[in-house]
Design a protein around this ligand. Structure first.
Ligand SMILES: Nc1ncnc2c1ncn2[C@@H]1O[C@H](COP(=O)(O)OP(=O)(O)OP(=O)(O)O)[C@@H](O)[C@H]1O
Ligand SMILES: [Mg+2]
Length: 326
């Protein structure tokens, strides 16, 4: 069952200029994307900086005015404000941001930060509210003395836990996590990812997990969409994307994952340069005349790639052959 269905979503930002501040152009930040998130899964949305990931995430939580297309939740289009209100959407769907220092109010104590969604959506007594906040701190592994502190008194990893505690306070069905660990050290990243997984198991939450790094989403996501200049260039299961990538842009993101094994570094560098060369040489094959990605074509029930039909099938067959030989 799908919790969210995104259909041909477009978000174009106006560019204003001149004395009259008229709209003279627009940025197609999200340019016609479609994908579904199944209940209980972690869906990865991956692409370079500026590809439109945050704009997509903000549209899904209802923070962005969409230009066209629809986002269905329980069969209703939540790009319409009245549907969001009727469905209690703002309670069911929460967001975690990359930069926890700027997304947590610096003048508020942790108790008030975490209690804020409870105050908006559940009218608890003072005692019950405090109990809930303490439970939430416990879930994300912080002590009770955090209650009376301010955001700047915590490390980046701890602040990210506070952001998660606030996001899960109202028992949401879906959390959009926009680069939730990108600002953290590798060791702290693993901790935060682990308790995000635990919370998902315990509460049955779905995640839309946004990242620029295919290395980070590898152990989190069952399905992944690759975003490039406002469009999706490839959609597939974890196995499709990591073991059988078809679009050159996906291969390029895979090659950009840092190699931690010292013995493999030279080989890794060589393959990265080879992929980069193909990317430079074969732009005309992988993008249309305007440099935009083609519409997605299905090559299997789970795997789609943005290429002309014939080329997509050819590449998929070559990939199947390669695997049979390996
Ligand atoms: N409010 C805005 N007004 C105009 N253009 C915007 C606005 N917000 C984003 N953009 C543009 O839309 C495009 C997509 O931005 P977005 O923030 O969604 O990218 P992103 O994939 O999240 O990138 P990053 O990895 O750097 O966070 C970019 O070209 C950006 O400059
Ligand atoms: Mg972003």
């Amino acid at each position: 069952m799908n919790i969210i269905e995104i259909k041909n979503l477009k978000v174009h930002y106006p560019i204003r200029s001149g004395f009259w501040n008229r709209i003279t152009d627009e940025v197609p930040a999200v340019d016609g994307i479609s994908f579904n998130i199944r209940a209980g899964e972690t869906y990865g949305l991956v692409g370079e900086s500026g590809s439109g990931k945050s704009t997509t995430g903000k549209s899904v939580v209802g923070l962005e005015k969409v230009t066209s297309g629809s986002i269905l939740y329980k069969g209703k289009d939540i790009t319409k404000k009245e549907n969001r209100r009727r469905l209690d959407y703002n309670r069911d769907v929460q967001m975690i941001f990359q930069d926890s220092l700027s997304s947590l109010n610096p003048r508020k104590r942790i108790e008030d930060i975490i209690a804020e969604p409870l105050r908006n959506f559940e009218h608890l007594s003072k005692e019950d509210e405090k109990l809930r906040v303490l439970q939430l701190l416990d879930i994300v592994g912080l002590d009770a003395d955090a209650l009376y502190k301010y955001p700047h008194q915590f490390s980046g990893g701890q602040r990210q836990r506070i952001g998660v505690a606030r996001a899960v306070a109202t028992h949401p069905k879906l959390i959009v996590a926009d680069e939730p660990v990108s600002a953290l050290d590798l060791s702290v990243q693993a901790q935060v990812l682990n308790f995000m997984k635990r919370i998902q198991r315990d509460f049955g939450i779905s995640y839309l997990f946004i990242s620029h790094d295919l290395g980070v989403v590898r152990h989190m996501c069952q399905n992944i969409a690759i975003m490039n200049r406002g469009r999706l260039v490839e959609i597939g299961t974890r196995d499709d994307i990591y073991n059988h990538p078809l679009h050159i842009y996906t291969k390029r993101l895979l090659a950009a994952i840092p190699e931690t094994n010292v013995d493999q570094r030279a080989a890794h560098r060589a393959s990265r340069l080879a992929v980069e060369q193909v990317y430079q040489d074969e732009q005309a094959t992988y993008y249309d005349h305007d440099g935009k990605a083609f519409p997605l074509v299905a090559v299997s029930p789970t795997h789609s790639v943005a290429l002309p039909e014939k080329l997509a099938q050819q590449l998929a067959q070559a990939e199947t052959k390669r695997e049979a030989q390996a």
